[in-house]
Design a protein around this ligand. Structure first.
Ligand code: NAP
Length: 511
């Protein structure tokens, strides 16, 4: 039997979005260049490659929603559109030599911790295997589109379009009778874009979102030139946006009542944008602002007020091959179903593909309620680092900021391995429990638990396992110091063998 050589890398990163690219760049700076990035799509960008629905743009200002080490003086607008963010990411990946480390079209089918060899063993398509000392999961919290759990949804006979899987050719919408399900951050961006093209649009709203004005504007050439010419101006803009948003976080966590001020702005926005008082009543939320993501738009509410649009709030009883039936028994015909129904967040299928100590899958361990230490490491999963992991989500500021804070921690852990000569490091169960108990305490009384809404931030147990309950700066400060006592170290046996293989079959040196 001929020996099979299993390629080995120091670090395997899964995903080439903000998290995966940021990780590859940070590790390179740390002198770790034996890195492979495995990306299931054909381009970099992650969510900014997958989400291509009409109107897709960021609702965090670009000066903040970018890497701290790659500020961009040339953003064309204050809030960038999808294509520009993806171009930015391509540019950053090229400039830092990451693109050549990415294996595109390579979904990881399973990643399993090999307890004998102390490596991660990754199964790739076509029966290919590779191993890595360290596994960085950068698949994103919002990457697995969710279909609504409505009876008959799979029986719909016409085209079904999900916001995160928008077809390049969407001409089926032109002149069609369209049913839109969902009124979240994605829907409020695509609804105004497709409304003028369709014959009619029924928007099925389960919960109205709070919508504030979008203070977006093109950035004139002279402003961009100024940002190029004056070093530090981009950083100043970034800091001022960051701190103004931290004030909102303080209210969300400690004083939800203070968000009433923002509610008044959103109410005035609704009054100014929707003439029909009956429609306005449907669109006015009855929960505290911030309990769900605060949305910003100047064109969504007016689109709902157009004659070819109906907002249906009776709930959906059933979907039939050519229609949607609401709970009041009314059946409305539809040619195309457009879903803005979000993602599997706390029940992501990605967790089924990660197998830790004792053959336990992350999905089994978490059982729909994910927990980690510092949002990054998980007991039972040595040398595995999650980016944008449990309780690192943030509604008021840039997730890129949180990811960069996590990368500081990843680097600290890898330095500890180098310093001690250990092969693997694993967070202790007690450190993880203490961290989560503290998160739960801080969450108590916040707008997400006391705000009177149901949201995807809450998992199936009712726990908020998604958001960080505090200021972003607090998260960063906490992760800046390395807490050695939270981790147990694994040392390798003198000769490492892989089950079913002779040591010579593996290109990795035993340590
Ligand atoms: P989402 O916020 O989860 O919204 C899903 C929508 O579908 C909600 O209105 C929800 O109603 C509705 N829905 C789900 N299941 C339903 C069912 N069975 N019947 C009826 N309605 C149903 O998803 P999203 O809009 O795609 O946004 C997800 C996240 O992506 C955002 O919160 C944000 O973090 C991110 N995002 C960001 C940007 C950006 O600009 N940065 C843009 C788009 C998305 P309920 O509210 O009643 O649950």
């Amino acid at each position: 039997m001929s020996a099979v050589t299993v390629p080995h890398h120091r670090v395997a990163i899964v995903g080439a979005g903000f998290g995966g690219l940021g990780a590859a760049i940070r590790l390179e700076r740390e002198g770790i260049d034996d890195v492979v990035v495995l990306e299931r799509r054909d381009d970099v960008g992650g969510t900014w490659d997958a989400n291509r629905y009409p109107g897709c743009a960021c609702d965090v200002p670009s000066h903040l929603y970018s890497f701290s080490f790659a500020t961009n003086p040339d953003w064309s607008r204050s809030f960038s559109r999808q294509s520009e963010i993806q171009r930015y990411l391509r540019g950053v990946a090229d400039a830092h030599g990451v693109t050549e480390r990415v294996r595109f079209g390579t979904p990881v089918e399973e990643a399993r911790w090999d307890e004998a060899a102390l490596v991660w063993r990754l199964e790739l398509p076509g029966g290919e295997t590779l191993t890595a000392d360290v596994l960085v999961g950068a698949t994103g919290a919002l990457s697995e589109p969710a279909l609504p759990d409505i009876p008959g949804v799979e029986s719909f006979a016409g085209p079904v379009i999900h916001s995160a899987d928008w077809p390049q050719d969407d001409s089926v919408l032109d002149g069609a009778r369209v049913a839109v399900i969902g009124t979240g951050a994605s829907a409020i961006q695509f609804v105004p874009r497709i409304q003028p093209r369709v014959a009619s649009m029924d928007v099925y709203q389960r919960t109205p979102p709070w919508i504030a004005p979008r203070m977006d504007r093109p950035r004139p050439r002279v402003e961009r030139a100024l940002f190029r010419a004056v070093p530090g101006l981009g950083r100043l803009a970034r800091e001022s946006i960051f701190w103004s948003r931290e004030l909102v976080a303080a209210a969300m966590v400690h004083a939800p009542w203070a968000l009433r001020g923002l509610e008044l702005i959103a109410r005035a926005h609704l009054r100014a944008q929707v003439r029909d008082p009956a429609l306005r009543r449907k669109l006015l939320p009855d929960y505290r602002m911030g309990c769900k993501r605060i949305l910003i738009s100047n064109d969504y509410l007016p689109a709902l007020d157009r004659p070819n649009v109906d907002v249906i709030t009776d709930g959906i009883a059933e979907i039939r091959p050519g229609s949607v039936v609401s709970r009041d028994g009314v059946e409305r015909e539809a040619d195309v179903l457009v879903l803005g129904t979000g993602f599997h967040v706390t029940d992501s299928p990605a967790a089924e593909r990660i197998v830790g100590v004792g053959g336990v899958r992350a999905s089994e361990l978490w059982d729909g309620s994910p927990r980690a230490y510092r949002g990054t490491t998980v007991n039972g999963f040595p040398n595995h680092f999650l980016l944008a992991g449990p309780n690192t989500g943030i509604g008021h500021t840039s997730l890129v900021y949180m990811i960069e804070a996590q990368l500081d921690h990843v680097v600290d852990c890898l330095r500890e391995l180098d310093r001690t000569g250990a092969v693997a490091l694993e967070v202790t169960g007690s450190a993880q429990d203490e961290w989560n108990a503290r998160i739960d305490r801080d969450m108590d009384g916040s707008v997400w638990t006391a705000g009177g809404c149901a949201s995807w931030y809450l998992d199936r147990t009712g726990r908020n396992s998604t958001l960080w309950p505090g200021l972003a700066i607090t998260f960063r400060r906490e992760l800046r110091s390395f807490d050695r006592e939270a981790y147990a170290l694994h040392h390798a046996a003198p000769e490492v063998t892989f089950p079913g293989q002779a040591p010579a079959d593996v290109t990795r040196d035993a340590r």
